[in-house]
Design a protein around this ligand. Sequence first.
Ligand SMILES: [Zn+2]
Ligand SMILES: [Zn+2]
Length: 179
Amino acid sequence: MRIDLSQILEGRCTTLEGSYSYTPGEDGVLLPDSITLRGPIAVRYRVTDNHGYLTMVIDAEVSYDTVCDRCLDPVSVTMPLALERLIETDSAVRLGDVEHDEDYEDSLLPLVNGGVDVDNEITEALVLNLPMYHLCREDCPGLCPKCGKRLADGDCGCSAKKEIDPRLAILQKLLEKHD
Ligand SMILES: [Zn+2]
Ligand SMILES: [Zn+2]
């Protein structure tokens, strides 16, 4: 969404706050297939004018569904995102010229027709901050490599079957028949 900054650019205020929500579209930064957003991304922002330098502080909250990397159980995650950007005003560009710092110039938020659009910045921050692994719980034992059963539900018996006492083998066969 485009945020209009004309009020602060014209010096009619020194701080500008607001909130909105957006859903990342297909024409923007793409999210990995492994996550599904539970709803739009909620955004709060505050732009502050420091003698011609406009800084923008963004707080976003993202909720998404994914699956446990070990047992494939559903996992829901709520992730806060915090970003801070300097807006590309004349003063900010002049400072960049003095410092000749490419990283600095890249970090500037471009000003388009007196406004900024931070949706892609936020989606990008989300992608960069996604955890490497999602687990339903820290000690998730995962799935049995033999039968695929969730080990958290209890022992599937695969590891025990081999060592079964021969005297109990007959009893086990009887039990299997009843199954
Ligand atoms: Zn799990
Ligand atoms: Zn098993």
